[in-house]
Structure formats: C-alpha cells, structure tokens
Design a protein around this ligand. Sequence first.
Ligand code: MLT
Length: 407
Amino acid sequence: MTSFPPVEITVYPFECDAFGHLNHAATLSLFERARWEALAQGPGMSLFHRNGVVPAVRKATVEYRAAAFPGDVLRVETTIVHRGTTSWTLRQTARKGEDGTAIATADIVFVCVDRAGRPVALPEEIGRVLGGPARVSAGTHLSRVALEGVELSVDVRNAPGGGAILFIHGFPLDHTLWRHQLAGLQRWTRIAPDLRGVGESSASEDGYAIARYADDLIRLLDSLDVERAVLCGLSMGGYIAFDLVGRYADRVKALILCDTRPQADNEAARRGRDDMAELARTRGVDAVGEEMLPRLLAAATMTDQPEVAQQFRDMCRRIPVAGMVGALKAMRDRGDSSGLLGSIRAPTLVVVGSEDRASPPDVARQMADAIPGARLAVIPGAGHLAPLEQPLATTRAFEDFLEQVAP
Ligand code: MLT
C-alpha cells in the first residue's frame, strides 16, 4: 500500500485541554494538517483540483495511545490501507519525534465527490497516486475475440441485468480513450474494443474501410450475445456509428456521438490523409501523433494535464503502421452521412468539447438539430478528446442521457 512522506508537526499550547494534554479536536486537526503537508510534499496540492474532484471525509476513528503536550514534535506517518472504486481509507499514526512513542492512530475514510457532492469513481491519476487495486486499469478486463478473418482485443465489463454500451474509439486512439467511462458507468455492461489494426487487435496489410470496422463490431456483439447496444463513438468512432445506424438500425438502442461530424472529407482533407499516411510510412506512427496532438487537445489540457497528452501518445504508439495507414484510407474514402441524420430514430446525445477544433461545437449543434429529438451537451474546457480531457463532465453527460434510456 502507498505511504506518503512522514511530516513533523509541533503541538501548540492552545491545542491542549485543562490537564495540558493534546485534546480530541486538536488531534483531528493535527492529522488534517499532516495530510495537507504530505499532499504538498508528495503528489502536489492540485492533484484533486485538476481532476475536478474533492476528497470528502465520511468517517474518522481515533485510537489514543499516549498523551502529548505543548512543544512535543510529532512525526505523522500516512498510509493508504484500503482503496475502493470511489473511496479509500487512510491510516495516520502520530509518534513522538524523540523516542517514537505512538500517541494516536486515526483511520479516515474518504469518498471522492464531484463539485456537486456526488460520489464518483476515482480518476485514474488519483487512483495511481493512492495505489492499491488498479480498478481503472484498462488491461484488467481484456480478452481476445476471434471473428471472421480478424481477432479483436476487447475490454468487457459486465453489469448483470444492465444494458450494453459499445464504445468505439477514434483515430489515432484505442479503447483506453474510454478509461474513465469504463470505470464509471457501472450500471451498464461496457464493451470497448480496439478496432482492427489497433493495439492488440490483428492488423492486416490492407482491407480497411468504415463499413469493415462496422461489420467487425456487429460480429463482436453477436459473439457476446448482445442483441442491441447503445453506440458511443468518438470522431472516427462516430463515422463508424453512422454506418451502423444506417445498416443495422435494429441493433442500436441509443446513440452517443462525441466530437464527430457527418460530412465526408473534402478534396483538401483527402490529400491531407494521404500526406499523413506517407508520414506514418516514412517517419513512423509517433510522427503522426506529434503532428496531430496540438490540434486535438484544448490548450489548457496541454498545459494543465500533461498526463492526457502522454495517454494520447501511448495510444498512438500502440497502432501498427499498417493499421494507421488503413484507418487514414478508411476515413478518406468514407461517404457523407448528412442525409442519414433525419432518419435516425434512436434516442441520441451529441457531445462536443467547447474547444474542439477538429469537430467544432457549431458542427455538433447543426448535427443535433438535424437528428430528431437529439440532445446536445457541450463540455467546457475540453478539446476533441472530451472523454479523456474532462472525464467527469463527460461521464455525467452520458449518465444523465442514459438514465432516459432504460437498460
Ligand atoms: C478522430 O479523432 O477519430 C479523427 O480526428 C477523425 C478525423 O481525422 O476525421
């Protein structure tokens, strides 16, 4: 279990009772001072703030072992002794600096809450700092599913009795794009594959097309015995979702379209795809990632959440050149789905980052207007990768929508 750096705290006279001992209220606040100090010396004070959550104390038990007096210097050790999905327990022990006598031990249970005070799953970065079971790690639930002519690597998290959500990642990304939603939407069975040519899924040299990705996903749902699913696609994942809605409407329970657009590429965009493919072949997939990164993340994400840029690079690096070139070709050759929008009957949520430059909010608004009954959620502070950049707001938007779609 994780331990934070020990800190030293001096007992003040006003913290003591009529007998001169450190009193109960002061012990609690002394432990609190020690926690703040340990946070400042360890991962930094902004850990919770930058993840948009607050640690709320739900229970504190203190065991007193020996008296402490004004002027005593106490050394406080802080260790995480339990970590759950939304909560963790921290054990603090205060010892006299001079001889190590244990003065008091406190077990403090925290719950991770959003700014409205609602419990939420621990964001990945905080989970890493706290250590313990890696509940949000993307690898834990991975399996390989052999379909006709392709093997897909897929993260499946079952919620018995819950409906299914199929998460479809964008480019150049993989299923870990959805890491926060996979951890958070626990009332739903979550299915997040790597598309063919991505991550651990098999990568043929050619044969990539939006319809081919869509057919793979239908076979994947068949193999998992899922008749109907909510489709949740980001950007290229949205292009694939359009294809699925057009050809397999009866398999679609509802639709979440994130940071995507229905229009096909124009001539300049098509040439850009060929240039990117050439870059991947000559200088490798990392070069493509570096070229795309500044356009995909909001400026504030780049400066305040360097770990998100790293997650992007990690995803990009897991794509073989053949899969990357294939995806670029598939996007270049895709048709225009604008005409489909008016015929969509599935309940639809359109989600867009307020700072998305690749599929901007006005494109999302027009798309939502064209889909009967569709709702729009604009995620403040997010660029093109809203589920990673602003996970809490994005997951909350999904949840609010999913509550209307009975599992
Ligand atoms: C994506 O995120 O999937 C890409 O930005 C889509 C595209 O380049 O059209």
